[in-house]
Design a protein around this ligand. Structure first.
Ligand code: NAD
Ligand code: IPM
Ligand code: MN
Length: 354
């Protein structure tokens, strides 16, 4: 039997609800695939601030570094919005990503055939969408110095170094080699020097991957093209803030933000997290869709090279969706039965064994 030590960060809002379902599914697939998971919980975000006054305690960083992989829910909430910036939940998450060296965030948006009628977009536009956003995660305007705010002015700095652009470009081209060999690099090079620089370096790296077709797109056009014709995209390569925005947009192509998983990689240990936040508007109500987190757990299994187990999870999700079970975020379209967070987890945990 294989054993993995998983650092679990439930976080705030819907975080605990959705992570509980992912653990339920992992345990179920562990039984059939002969894998044992040892979970150890750590605090992050508002929960960590409330407990120890720090949104990213050293113990959490250490625990993650000692684990084989990290499973994370979400952080944030109204309660912590007026704290000084360094105490806010979001600062905790950014610090954790930086400390773990997670410079690449892989966000696949793949439509389930069972959900082609569940998007706000027309079925013929979205059927077959299979794209992945490769988002730079530890640089850009999120981390750039100087940054400043007073009553009269405020500023941030959008900065990328050569090394930062090179390494994320390699991730995107390698991803493309496993897929349809097309990279669209998204920037604002018509206005920003940092984007001009990004574009030049991406062009250089592209030479190492002659089989991959590279094109560039301005971010405003990309936001429009994603809705007009999402099937034109294979791998989207972009910086931190554009990737944040475009991946939330991409989630609506596949039906709900509650469906998009992600892998944050690049350091010694990978962290697996849904792309959405803590959804304070529905937290504690068992309304959240746990599939993004369950798919993140499947990405974690792929990272651990447990490919059969990962496939079982994805197949089980398909089966449950084909049977017409939907959480409330997808209910208005073609649900046969609307189920809550926990029931959705139960169903997926049941079908992973088939
Ligand atoms: P959000 O992603 O939390 O929610 C946006 C909307 O989508 C809400 O209406 C919410 O109910 C819905 N939603 C999100 N996840 C869902 C799910 N699994 N199932 C069903 N519906 C879902 O974004 P927001 O409202 O802008 O931010 C709320 C808080 O979350 C803020 O504090 C923000 O900073 C934080 N946040 C955290 C992360 C993270 O932890 N990685 C990501 C984004 C936002
Ligand atoms: C995400 C979130 C975070 C980000 C916030 C909460 C710091 O929106 O994971 O997408 O902007 O990276
Ligand atoms: Mn985001």
């Amino acid at each position: 039997m294989k054993t993995y030590n998983i650092a679990v960060i439930k976080g705030d809002g819907i975080g605990p609800e959705i992570v509980n379902e992912a653990i339920k599914v992992l345990n179920s697939v562990g039984v059939v695939e002969n894998i044992k998971f040892n979970y150890k919980e750590y605090l992050l975000g508002g929960a960590a601030y409330d407990a120890v006054g720090d949104p990213c305690p050293d113990e959490t960083i250490k625990g993650c570094l000692e684990s084989d992989a990290v499973l994370f829910g979400s952080i944030g909430g109204y309660k912590w919005e007026s704290l000084p910036k360094e105490k806010r939940p979001e600062s905790g998450l950014l610090k954790l990503r930086k400390e773990l060296g997670l410079f690449a965030n892989i966000r696949p948006a793949i439509i389930f055939d069972e959900l082609v009628n569940a998007s706000t977009l027309k079925p013929e536009i979205i059927k077959g969408v299979d794209l992945v956003v490769v988002r730079e995660l530890t640089g850009g305007i999120y981390f750039g110095e100087p940054r400043y705010k007073d009553k009269e002015k405020a500023y941030n700095t959008m900065i990328y170094t050569r090394e930062e652009v090179e390494r994320i470009a390699h991730v995107a081209f390698k991803e493309a080699m496993k897929r349809n060999k097309k990279v669209t690099s998204i920037d604002k090079a018509n206005v920003l020097e940092v984007s001009e620089f990004w574009r030049e370096i991406v062009e250089e790296i592209a030479k190492e991957y002659p089989e991959v077709e590279l094109n560039h797109m301005y971010v405003d056009n990309a936001a429009m093209q994603l809705i007009r014709n999402p099937k034109q995209f294979d791998v989207i390569l972009t910086g931190n803030i554009f990737g944040d925005i475009l991946s939330d947009e991409a989630s609506m192509i596949v039906g709900s933000i509650g469906l998009l998983p992600s892998a944050s990689i690049g350091g010694r240990v990978g962290l697996f997290e849904p792309i959405h936040g803590s959804a304070p508007d529905i937290a504690g109500e068992q309304k959240a869709n746990p599939i993004a987190t369950i798919l993140s757990a499947a990405m974690m299994l792929e990272y651990l090279n447990e490919l059969n187990a990962a496939k079982r999870i994805k197949d089980a999700i398909k089966k449950v969706l084909a049977l017409g079970y939907r959480t409330p975020d997808l209910a208005e379209f073609d649900a046969k039965e609307v189920v809550n967070t926990s029931k959705m987890g139960d169903l997926i945990a049941k079908y992973v064994k088939d």
